[in-house]
Design a protein around this ligand. Sequence first.
Ligand code: ADP
Length: 429
Amino acid sequence: AGSASTSSIRQVKLDRESELRIEVGSDSPLRLRLLSGNAEIFGTELPPEIWLTLPPRLKIAVFTWYGATLEMDGATETDYTADETPMIGYVNVHAILEGRRSRARASSSDDPGSTQGPRVIVVGPTDSGKSTLSRMLLSWAAKQGWKPTFVDLDIGQGSITIPGCIAATPIELPIDPVEGIPLEMPLVYFYGHTTPSNNVDLYKVLVRELAQVLERQLTGNAESRAAGMVVNTMGWIEGVGYELLLHAIDTLNANVVLVLGQEKLWSMLKDVLKNKPNVDVVKLQKSGGVVSRNAKFRQKARSYRIREYFYGPANDLSPHSNIANFSDLFIYRIGGGPQAPRSALPIGAEPTADPTRLVPVNINRDLLHLVLAVSFAKEPEEIISSNVAGFVYITDIDIQRKKITYLAPSAGELPGKYLIVGTLTWIET
Ligand code: ADP
């Protein structure tokens, strides 16, 4: 491994069914192009001859089905070719899903089940390649003209929007390996924390809200319904994490469960789902190319993701710093705090924290460096069941003048007056 410090142009010849695995260095981007043959990055084909600029730290594989010659310009952290990949297994799954989509589209039955395309959920430990497999299945489907719905339940990373959220969006084109998923109108719910243990009940409530909205949208849209969904999940698979996986499978009515890289999880899921004959639980091999990321790297990746929201993937957006009066903003926290004062409870009962209670938040310096969501809710009672329009980042609190300064994607009035705060922080770098 490692061709660090070379920065000249070099060629790589790939044999059929092999891939070039690249970790771009942390300081400078890498240029890459396809000279001949065909190749794809996580399901999206490379255009011939055109140079792509891969940003620092990106970890990808360029895979070829029939052979290709690539050219690279710049230094990498690592690059090597591998001819053992699980891609055949993955594309076989894709072929089966395609068959189900076509059957769903062709069905003229009144049974809503028969017009529903595959609802795939990808599960497995962290760093098993879940996001990558989700991406491939979506891009391959989009390449064949389908518009599958991507649902991301991973609050730790967030490939649709920022971390701390669950979100869904239709995928209409193969996903750009550099730009990621276009953010036209994603359906986003703000959980506000990067681990589900902060408020497990809230997480479940939001998954249910998202599922209900999707269900309504898909009922009215035969094309999207037949295309189905691909659901990416968190890498937390033990204890409560496992319970949340079962909850997601059930709530989103998944009928294909793809288990990556863990025999035990596969066998547990197969066992609990055996009385649901319409749910297939399939074990898939983890790719040897998946790069493990430690807690620090994950934290950094979250931070870049938030930066990207405000500044764009290529620093191409200019967010706006806005100043508001304390009295203009209504900030709420969800959960925490006792439900009722002890005096109001029957003798002997302990006050419990209501996980979905809405708590108004006084503006003070504790809000500094937090990322808040702007809710679409029209009334405070609607906040939990409402999706969010976007995010702001608190950069200054002036207690004396009662002014709050925040960064928003644009100038002008916010798309809603209710803001939700959790524990999601960001230090702008
Ligand atoms: P998970 O979603 O299970 O946590 P990811 O799909 O995000 O895992 O993969 C972890 C990292 O490994 C990502 O940065 C991804 O781009 C990278 N990766 C996945 N597959 C490959 C591969 N075949 N070659 C090189 N890098 C890969």
